[in-house]
Design a protein around this ligand. Structure first.
Ligand code: NAD
Ligand code: WQD
Length: 340
């Protein structure tokens, strides 16, 4: 049996992707150290997919563990989600971010190369565009970063491209996600931040469910239609579907391919609050506070390359993203902790 190794497969995007890979009859091994996820997601993945992924609790920095996995199983491709992702934390603990995200990926690639597995899909981010000169953003826009998290993503992109250039057997797909939100339709899996959320949507849903008092809207003086920051929110299920397309694509080409994954439409913070209130009937009290350092005014994708080359496009609109996020949060007010 040939396997796809999914690092970080118990996390937010990984768990949704694992379900979709299993639905395509792919055999999946999840490797996750559970540093930002819960074991409680595993029975939910199994019950939703009616299939059993293999789960290994472990770290991508553990070379002996990786070697034993590649020895034991015929792994033909890797979908590499594992990483730390909190921008603020990365500025406080840069070495932790570089060690985990950059060194972890080097370690993984070294073992992959040793075992002749040279096909990888990597979770990159729109953060690599820095503050773009214009929107929508295309894949050939200049890259730059403003924090260690973003720098770690860009470093890994460069490392994977250099690796592919050194050995044409490597097939590398770099997926630059815009702002993933939403949850599985069942309400059984979703985003479960460990602490107070950094990102807008989990903050909004936690205010609505009564865990947090009110949302701070970080600035209303940006040059956008209502002064608040504009982003390209994409349903996590659409994102998961793109990974299935990417894994399929790995069999068809050699080289490095880079794709933006977004809807191509930008919404402001206040658009999100108002639409959330409309579709859920819940109130989201908020106040306007100063801008968050490092934030940009506007960021949305030109995702036409993924449509033409990957055969993928986002199909779910904002209302569906918000309804699904709310179903998850209202059914699991404390995330996976409720079932641990
Ligand atoms: P997540 O934190 O829910 O998932 C990441 C998973 O990786 C977690 O389950 C965590 O326990 C695991 N992990 C971390 N370090 C590990 C290590 N050294 N070894 C093994 N497992 C490890 O995050 P997510 O939102 O699902 O993001 C997945 C990937 O996508 C990350 O690489 C992230 O940087 C990237 N990304 C996320 C977003 C976003 O807004 N969610 C946007 C762009 C890119
Ligand atoms: C969205 C908008 C905020 C919280 C970050 C990372 C990026 C990527 C996605 C991983 C902005 C505003 C937010 C709040 C607010 N992650 N906001 N109040 O900043 O676009 O991107 O997550 O790769 O790298 O930087 O997402 O959800 O934090 O913010 O007003 O409490 O919501 O100012 O305009 P962002 P976000």
């Amino acid at each position: 049996m040939k396997y796809t190794l999914v690092t970080g497969g118990t996390g937010f995007i990984g768990s949704h992707t694992v379900i979709q890979l299993l639905a395509q009859e792919r055999a999946v091994i999840i490797l996750d150290n559970l540093s930002n996820s819960s074991r409680a997601v595993l029975p939910r993945i199994s019950s939703l997919s009616k299939k059993e992924p293999l789960f290994v609790e472990g770290d991508i920095r553990d070379k002996a563990l990786l070697e034993s996995l590649f020895e034991q199983y015929e792994i033909e491709s890797v979908v590499h989600f594992a990483g730390l992702k909190a921008v603020g934390e990365s500025t406080e603990k840069p070495l932790m971010y570089y060690e985990n995200n950059v060194w972890g990926t080097i370690n993984l690639c070294q073992v992959m190369a040793r075992f002749g597995c040279k096909s990888i899909v990597f979770s990159s981010s729109a953060t690599v565009y820095g503050d773009p000169a214009s929107v929508p953003i295309k894949e050939d826009f200049p890259t730059s970063t403003t924090n260690p998290y973003g720098a770690s993503k860009l470093m890994v992109e460069n490392i994977l491209q250099d690796l592919q250039a050194s050995d044409p057997k490597w097939k590398v797909i770099l997926l630059r996600y815009f702002n993933p939100i939403g949850a599985h339709k069942s309400g059984q899996i979703g985003e479960d931040p460990a602490d107070i959320p950094n990102n807008l949507l989990p903050y909004v849903t936690q205010v609505a469910v009564g865990k947090l008092a009110q949302l701070s809207v970080f600035g209303d003086d940006y040059p956008t239609h209502d002064g608040t920051g504009v982003r390209d929110y994409i349903h996590v299920e659409d994102l998961a579907a793109a990974h299935v397309c990417a894994v399929d694509k790995l069999t068809e080409f050699s080289g490095t391919k880079i794709f933006n994954l977004g809807t191509g439409t930008g919404y402001s913070v206040l658009d999100i609050v108002k639409t959330f209130e409309q579709v859920t009937g819940e109130k989201v009290p908020y106040s306007i506070t100063p801008r968050r350092p490092g934030d940009i005014a506007e960021c949305f994708a030109d995702a036409s390359l993924a449509r033409t080359e990957l055969g993928w496009h986002a199909t779910r609109g904002l209302e569906e993203m918000l309804e699904d996020a709310w179903r998850w949060q209202s059914q699991n007010p404390n995330g996976y902790a409720d079932s641990e």
